[in-house]
Write a protein that binds this ligand. Sequence first.
Ligand code: PMP
Length: 285
Amino acid sequence: RTVYVNGAYLPEGEAQVSIFDRGFLMADGVYEVTTVIDGKLIDFDGHLARLERSLGELDIANPMDRDQWLEVHRELVARNGLDQGMIYLQVTRGAPGDRDFVFPDPDTTAPTVVLFTQSNPALVDSPKAQRGIKVIAIDDLRWGRRDIKTVQLLYPSMGKMMAIRAGADDAWMVQDGTITEGTSNNAYIIKDGKIVTRALSNDILHGITRAAVLRFAREAQMPVEERSFTLEEAKAADEAFVTSASTFVMPVVDIDGAALGAGTPGPLAMRLREIYIEESRKAAI
Ligand code: PMP
């Protein structure tokens, strides 16, 4: 695989980052994941806008403009012959000479930029989407700025492991009795034809897929309510699903061991999945 590190395209085994990098020492960095279908980028400008915002919230200067970012993404797709999969992008505050809580001077410490591809031929025709996923509920023990897409993913990773050990696929996190989101996706329920998902705030990541899916739902005359919902409400819902760049719309069929409806992917979730894939494919660049 050819990867990108600080201006250079290199075989992955030759790419290097300093041990003093603040991403490594302090999780001082942000990331984006952009999906590739048919060798094209899904919602590239949405991901770039969120990258810009995440960097701004952390006072890290964006090291490249839109066209430069686009060129690196396309170059990696081409060099790796990527048809279906994703591009991971990470920007950290860089590697000053020492470990220090104080931010380094940006004039002498440049951000570290890393991008790589990951192939996944089963994104569109996903066996997982056909059967639906099971989730368990866990406490949301993350920090309070989940709207910034930082590389600090330890708790979500632990949550995913708790789910797998419990025989499920993922965890929905609960704060003050309501669901915030999944470990790496936004969470939704459907009751009486109405799609319910938590409103945007610092409590959740502002999903790029969420924005697109809500837009498509409204265009298809599906009612949408942006509000918090409880775990009990979720268990009594007709359908549930999650969204993320790499899973699109993924139906949820079981919460804490209790099947939702018939225990199979719901019709509205599957319809949204089809619409999302079709429209995103058309708009890919
Ligand atoms: N919430 C969290 C916590 C996530 O990690 C992700 C995916 N990175 C999402 C939501 C979904 O965001 P997107 O649709 O932009 O992939």
